[in-house]
Design a protein around this ligand. Sequence first.
Ligand code: SOE
Length: 384
Amino acid sequence: MIGYGFMGAAHSVGWRQAPRMFDLPAGVEMAVVVGRNAEAVADAAARWGWQESATDWREVIARDDIDLVDIVTPGDSHAEIAIAALEAGKHVLCEKPLANTVEEAQAMADAAARAAERGIRSMVGFTYRRVPAVTFLRDLVAQGAVGRIAQVRAAYRQDWLVDPDMPLGWRLQKEHAGSGALGDIGAHIIDMTQFVTGLSVDAVSGVVDTIVKERPLQGSGTGLSGTVAEGYGEVTVDDLAIFTGRLSTGALASFEATRFATGRKNDLSIEVSGDKGALRFDLEDLNTLWFYDRTAPEATQGFTRILVTEAQHPYVSAWWPAGHTLGYEHGFSHQAVDLVTAIVEGTDPHPSFDEGLSVQRVLAAVEESSANDSAWVRVGAEVS
Ligand code: SOE
């Protein structure tokens, strides 16, 4: 695993639990965790159960005893590491968003396609696809439970930037993160919309905005907090993004990605509305799915709560009995299970780098639209 911040912790928990709770077709050895600070990465290895730590990812990628490289670094190093790992014949799991630009994502997707010819697999870490209620929502949509989709409403709302003294971490710097709320959390709801509906976002109109334009420099810290250092620096990414998407059937979707939704901590919600019914999911209540069945007798219609903890629900049987709920970290185990299974079975895991590229194109189109008074921009059209 390259990187050891917030996502490094989450992935480590996933890799550790997956082989213990699921019957995997291959063993998992947490071999090496890599980071630039030797002491800090050694601590991370000891805490999370990696056999070794190292400071040079190129040396680690060159090792014969490494089969899979998990990339949890900021976006500015995804392309370089992923392409080098794929060329070295390693399977790759890369955190979202796939890259910082469409060009980088395209180069990664090309490298993944070349590697796939040699049986090397790659996958993007849109982990929320593997929250059981989200996977089940997708299954129900595919079975026709909502009928023809008329509209999707998707929002990812956080509030950790409301405080103007929150320091200028890497997520607020374009050269490291590519974009702000748009790429960090907007990418999740774009991917989730495409995943649960099976439709693509083909055109967008939107606006991105930066509310606090300068912040104190960061001392230490890698996650969503940190200490403040002397001086101020410019915020070079968006704080929030609001956009409309036209889906491939012509249906409309609304998207809201914000770090300024006061009181909302990690509130990803999606509602899919069709002519037969509707489904709604909210990450702050992640064991629940709401289903409205328009085909039921009118007198008993209404949003019904499904507690997604039954053995028949995706992934659940490996964990606890019905009603014994799961949490944020379980998606990372499910991701590990599906990737290892695909590698052993010789199938292509999802989301693929091509799917990551499709999200990247939507992100670029939203920025293009915002720069042009919210004009509609076709996704994948040449972005100036
Ligand atoms: C911060 O906004 C963050 O950690 C994202 O980077 C993750 O992708 C999301 O899952 C939770 O919030």
